[in-house]
Design a protein around this ligand. Structure first.
Ligand code: ZN
Length: 311
């Protein structure tokens, strides 16, 4: 696209939750940043999360969205799971390559005192434990790896994952600012990564640039969008924006999938429900939707399933 043509679809995306992918230092740095207030607000509403869990879940969801957006395969899925001995127990998120993410927490209503920095104590909420990353490309065996949590604050844990598992020097920042009424005021993040052929001076340059950064949410409060955040983080390094991408909370559950889950109850159980005229309820723990399957729908499901088994 010529420089003098304004990309209207990109400008539309910039008004909502979105990500920006960019590059710097002659391609030796790749970068992505996100703003995702509505995405995290939706998770907060779906799960009725406390501020601490909104922050924990929101940070991991945004990390998932950014990591998913870095994949080349359009149907690849990434699942990030943090499991710890803190009161939150565990959080799980799944994201695709199109900025869609869903997530849930084992204990969504955990309240703890603020930490010594006066911030939501996500690290204490998660505790000590592991981060597991599962990459699922259709048609191949899922690739999974596990690292120990460093602080449980999400950003540090992912940076450690990248350097241990992928041997790539990476800086990850993710932040959620919760308002006094527990709604989400700001949510955003960035990932900066050195490519395999990087030159060593870039480590110092990046460290220098990152030193003055207080937090992602401060940058958002200052009115910066993902492109401005990357421009700021990569100042002096010839930053270039490559692509604007959408970002949203999206579950993807529906009645058909709920039906498949119901079938797992087994034929005898379902026949019994049909005979008694009972409606099956399938609750999706990612988005909080309850799918109802009436007796005649259950009968149809059973007929199809047994047909399939015969055929
Ligand atoms: Zn759902």
């Amino acid at each position: 696209m010529a420089d003098n043509v304004i990309d209207l679809s990109a400008e539309r995306l910039r008004r909502k939750d979105h990500m920006v992918r960019g590059t710097a230092a002659d391609g030796m740095i790749r970068a992505i940043a996100i703003t995702a207030r509505d995405t995290v607000q939706k998770a907060h509403k779906n799960h009725n999360t406390s501020p601490l869990v909104s922050a924990a879940l929101g940070r991991l969801m945004m990390a998932g969205q950014m990591m998913g957006a870095m994949f080349k395969h359009p149907d690849e899925l990434i699942t990030l799971e943090m499991r710890g001995d803190g009161p939150v127990g565990g959080i799980t998120v799944t994201a695709n390559n199109r900025g869609q993410v869903k997530g849930s927490a084992n204990h969504p209503n955990v309240w703890l005192p603020l930490n010594e920095l006066g911030k939501l104590d996500v690290g204490a909420g998660i505790g000590r434990g592991t981060l597991s990353v599962v990459r699922d490309i259709p048609g191949s065996v899922p690739y999974s790896s596990q690292t120990e949590l460093v602080t449980g604050e999400v950003g540090d844990d992912l940076a450690a994952y990248f350097s241990l598992s992928d041997q790539i020097p990476t800086s990850v920042g993710v932040g959620v600012l919760v308002d006094t009424d527990t709604s989400i005021r700001q949510a955003g993040g960035f990932i900066l990564q050195l490519m395999p052929d990087y030159e060593y001076y870039l480590i110092d340059e990046l460290e220098h640039n990152l030193q003055g950064i207080t937090s992602v949410t401060n940058m958002l409060e200052d009115g910066m969008d993902p492109n401005a955040i990357l421009r700021h983080l990569l100042r002096g390094l010839d930053y270039q924006e490559l692509e604007v991408m959408p970002a949203e909370f999206h579950c993807g559950c529906n009645k058909e999938r709920a039906g498949r889950a119901v079938l797992a109850l087994g034929e005898a159980e379902l026949r019994d429900m049909v005979d008694k005229g009972e409606t099956a309820e399938v609750h999706c723990h990612f988005c909080g939707t309850t799918h109802y399957l009436a007796p005649d729908e259950l009968r149809e499901l059973l007929d199809h399933a047994t047909d399939g088994a015969k055929g």
